[in-house]
Design a protein around this ligand. Structure first.
Ligand SMILES: [Zn+2]
Length: 487
């Protein structure tokens, strides 16, 4: 039989067990995305911590019991922190959803050295600490005295100057705390390296250039990664291969590429200081994209591209084999519609590529016609990858530029007229053919034999064209010779 006394015993036992179960949860299983070495207090939650919270979450954060008024120092003590650690307030921000809530983030230090990624976030509601979210590195029993210094560090990085250097502690490499240098230096761009303060091992080496904002007429505000020397940004690509020369004199031949014409800035945020033309910024933006398609889709790489900008309404490719182009703007307005458009820049770089084939350009002759027709094919092809499609109009992205650019619409049927005075105009014999074989053209009514079938995609057409360019064996070739080469 069940006696009363044994029932009472059982009841006491059950109460005891449930009380124990709260305090016996000593180890909290850590979330997979929390660093293995952080918040080691979760391996063995102290009784002090359970005095101020009921529950520690899997990321180590916990709410403070509503009846407990405590402060950060007491909380840190309950987490087992010694006097070797201290913290600096890095950020205070107000909640967007609860006006009574403020967040504060603190950076962790160990013996006055910054602990990489270490710190904690507090949530204050009406001045009461309500939540504590630590990301603390507590097992840092390492010497804070380095054995390598400037000379060795410069040798490791192969540099003459260190811009900035800080000794820090990190747990990001190899599952152990390490004493490392964080070094800012310049070598083909701004760099930051993490180097072991004892062995000289480079754990990380990254480029730290922050993109600069630049407004353009056609493409709004864009971001640049520019070439930077000791804090001075140049209006050029990050490798300094594509450079903008603002205000080049197109009348002095050969063009003078004076490096003083390359705009520079020490502004950390952008180029919109009023001195640099929207045309110049747009020229860099467009040329970088076009150059990328040349190398990725056409396997054509230019050792360098010099882009001159000027206040006049045209675009040119230089007469030599270097990739030198000049881009102008309408109405002498450096902030208005201009020739720095994808298909126009690709057209000019196409001329450069053809000069190098070599295919010569004799104005008025058939080779000039072929040059212009093929240059428009470069323009169309490159544009189709940057914009996702092409409008088959030279400079068609801007209707005013299209008008100024001889209104070359490659969809419109064109018959070669050798007496025309415009090589661009005559080039439509080639560019319209490219359109016809890419898209196809329906035949005239009742004349199915006039139908032109598409040969497939723009890629198929490009293969045909570029293989024919490969086979050019006469630099004075014209459109009829080219026609034979495509057959
Ligand atoms: Zn041209």
């Amino acid at each position: 039989m069940f006696s009363f006394s044994s029932f009472r015993f059982l009841l006491v036992f059950v109460i005891l067990t449930s009380t124990l179960s709260i305090n016996s949860q000593k180890r909290i299983v850590k979330d997979y995305n929390i660093h293995k070495m952080s918040n080691s207090f979760m391996d063995n939650i102290s009784d002090e911590l359970y005095k101020i919270t009921n529950y520690v979450e899997s990321d180590g954060s916990f709410h403070i019991k509503s009846e407990i008024n405590t402060n950060e120092a007491e909380v840190l003590k309950s987490l087992g922190l010694t006097n070797d650690f201290d913290f600096k307030l890095k950020r205070t921000s107000k909640s967007y959803i609860d006006s009574e809530v403020t967040y504060k983030f603190y950076q962790q230090y160990y013996k006055n050295l910054l602990v990489d990624g270490g710190g904690y976030l507090t949530t204050m509601k009406n001045s009461k600490l309500v939540k504590f979210a630590p990301n603390l590195y507590l097992d840092l029993n390492i010497s804070i005295h380095p054995t390598l210094f400037d000379l060795e560090l410069r040798n490791v990085l192969d540099i003459d100057n260190i811009m900035k250097k800080e000794l820090i502690i990190t747990c990001r490499f190899g599952g152990k705390s390490k004493l490392v240098y964080e070094i800012n230096y310049f070598k083909n761009g701004n760099k930051k390296a993490i180097i072991d303060a004892h062995t000289g091992e480079i754990y990380e080496d990254i480029t730290t250039n922050t993109p600069l904002l630049a407004s353009t007429f056609q493409y709004g505000t864009v971001l640049f990664n520019n070439y930077n020397v000791n804090g001075v940004s140049h209006l050029s690509s990050s490798d300094n291969r594509i450079r903008i020369y603002q205000g080049i004199n197109i009348n002095s031949q050969p063009w003078s590429w004076d490096t003083n014409l390359i705009p520079t800035t020490t502004n950390l945020f952008g180029w919109d200081n009023g001195i640099v033309w929207d045309l110049s910024k747009q020229a860099l933006y467009v040329t970088e994209k076009v150059d990328n398609i040349f190398s990725t889709h056409l396997d054509i790489t230019f050792p360098e591209i010099r882009v001159g900008t000027y206040l006049g309404a045209n675009a040119w490719a230089g007469p030599f084999s270097n990739a030198d182009i000049v881009l102008g703007t309408l109405n002498n307005n450096p902030s208005g519609p201009n020739f720095a458009l994808y298909d126009i820049v690709a057209h000019e770089l196409g001329h450069v590529s053809l000069y190098n084939t070599p295919l010569y350009y004799t104005p008025g002759n058939q080779n000039a016609t072929l040059h212009e027709g093929l240059a428009d094919i470069y323009g169309t092809y490159v544009e189709s990858f940057i914009l996702g499609s092409t409008d088959w109009r030279a400079g068609g992205e801007n209707s005013l530029i299209f008008d100024k650019n001889e209104k070359r619409d490659h969809t419109v049927q064109y018959c070669y007229n050798p007496s025309s005075s415009s090589d661009h105009e005559k080039g439509k014999a080639i560019s319209h053919w490219f359109y016809a074989i890419t898209v196809g053209i329906p035949g005239m009514p009742g004349m199915p034999e006039t139908t032109i079938e598409s040969i497939g995609s723009i890629e198929d057409s490009k293969t045909l064209v570029f293989e024919a360019i490969n086979r050019l064996n006469d630099p004075y070739s014209g459109i009829f010779r080219f026609k034979e080469l495509t057959l």
